[in-house]
Design a protein around this ligand. Structure first.
Ligand SMILES: Cc1ncc(COP(=O)(O)O)c(C=O)c1O
Length: 394
């Protein structure tokens, strides 16, 4: 009897899904923490909009209906009611809109933010210092944050705790459930930027007990830039009135009354102007791929892929930044580069591997469509590119 263990396989038809992603014929896309590839479904969505525009000149009813459908697709992903979701154009804009609804003039003026925030989120909070906000940072040490570090920082003067679900630099995932408990026991709200985790693992806003959650679609959600979503806890919607607003935030955007500042009773009150129509088509198509395959099946397969990457990287003596425990990570693994990581990214591209340079690391981030062999091939290419570039820069 052979003692060789069979290779694990995904719980979905990998080959069928791969055939929907044309770039797989020429590249191994492992840049999913930066931008996922185009699929035939997202391309068809763009064409649907272009055809409608070309054929009908304009069709606002159909186009705004598509925006609502994109919202519903995202809501299904995070197990929320579509009325608790606002559409925005970026996580930056969504965070700015939320921040503009907070009041920092009283005693509860502190914001506790993690050093693992994507810069844009930290920058939005900092911009509110002029309204009285005081920011304190929870430190990242050795590429990770211990949840206990929040305990020290949170007190009853904290209005909002800002904790990115995963660190963009190396995929380290924070324990949002326990941060939520700490925030709420001090009477603070919890804002989570889930851009790096959406599409990689189950996210249920009720289970995580978050007050606000934001994310865009061009990473693991298989879509494009120009659209983002903001979840707002239903019981908070009525209490918040963002200063960053516009006609789509009104009870009836088509009332056309410049003097009226009424508020939508839904999270739409966090919207501003004409929504991103074309991007809604693409977003709905991309997120529908994730919902159709099923987030549990994607999580199962990407954990297997990242285990192969981590163990294969260690066997090849590559140095990994931060955490190597797949229970605490997204699929993104950051390998430390002794030289400019952009040279490494370029060298990998020449060898057919799409990776993402970030600071002193090169990130390899597989998604549901990748194979185990691709992990081995990418690691071999990385070893080669690192050794060529290290020699030439000595
Ligand atoms: C965790 C995270 N948040 C936010 C962003 C940027 O968001 P946006 O450009 O939509 O503002 C990124 C990456 O680009 C990210 O990785």
């Amino acid at each position: 009897m052979s003692s060789i263990k069979p290779n694990p396989v995904p719980r979905f038809d990998l080959e069928a899904w791969r055939s929907e992603i044309p770039i797989l014929k020429s590249f191994i896309p492992l840049n999913n923490c930066s931008h996922a590839p185009q699929s035939s479904r997202t391309r068809a969505a763009v064409e649907t909009y272009l055809d409608s525009w070309d054929r009908d000149g304009m069709d606002w009813d159909r186009w705004l209906d598509e925006v609502e459908k994109a919202k519903a697709e995202f809501a299904a992903l995070v197990r929320a009611d579509p009325d608790t979701i606002a559409i925005s154009t970026s996580v930056s804009a969504a965070t700015a809109s939320l921040a503009s609804a907070f009041d920092f003039s009283g005693a509860r003026n502190r914001i506790v933010a993690s050093e693992a925030e994507f810069p844009t989120v930290g920058q939005v909070w900092r911009a509110h210092e002029k309204y009285g906000a005081q920011i304190d940072w929870v430190p990242v040490e050795n590429g990770i944050i211990e949840s206990e570090a929040y305990e020290v920082a949170i007190d009853e003067r904290v209005q909002v705790v800002s904790a990115s679900h995963a660190y963009y630099q190396n995929g380290y995932k924070q324990d949002i459930g326990s941060i939520a408990k700490m925030a709420h026991s001090a009477g603070s709200w919890l804002f989570v930027d889930a851009y790096q985790t959406l599409g990689t693992c189950p996210i249920d806003v009720n289970v995580l007990d978050v007050d606000f959650l934001a994310g865009g679609t061009l990473k693991y959600l298989m879509a494009a830039p120009g659209i983002a979503f903001l979840y707002v806890r239903p019981s908070l919607i009525d209490r918040l009135k963002p200063a960053l607003t516009g006609w789509f935030g009104r009870a009836n955007p088509f009332a056309f009354d410049a003097k009226s500042l009424d508020w939508s009773s839904t999270a739409r009150r966090f919207e501003t102007g004409t929504p991103p129509i074309l991007n809604s088509y693409v977003a709905r198509a991309g997120i529908s791929i994730i919902n159709e395959i099923g987030i549990d099946s994607i999580n199962h397969w990407t954990r297997i892929l990242q285990t192969r990457l981590i163990e294969g990287g260690q066997a090849r003596e590559l140095e990994i930044h931060g955490c190597t425990d797949v229970d605490r990570k997204t699929p993104s693994t950051a390998f430390i580069c002794p030289i400019d990581s952009h040279c490494i990214e370029a060298g990998l591209r020449e060898r057919g591997v799409l990776a993402s340079a970030r600071g002193q690391t090169i990130r390899l981030a597989p998604h549901f469509f990748n194979t185990l062999n691709e992990m081995d091939d990418a690691l071999d290419a990385l070893v080669e590119v690192l050794s060529i570039n290290t020699r030439s820069q000595k």
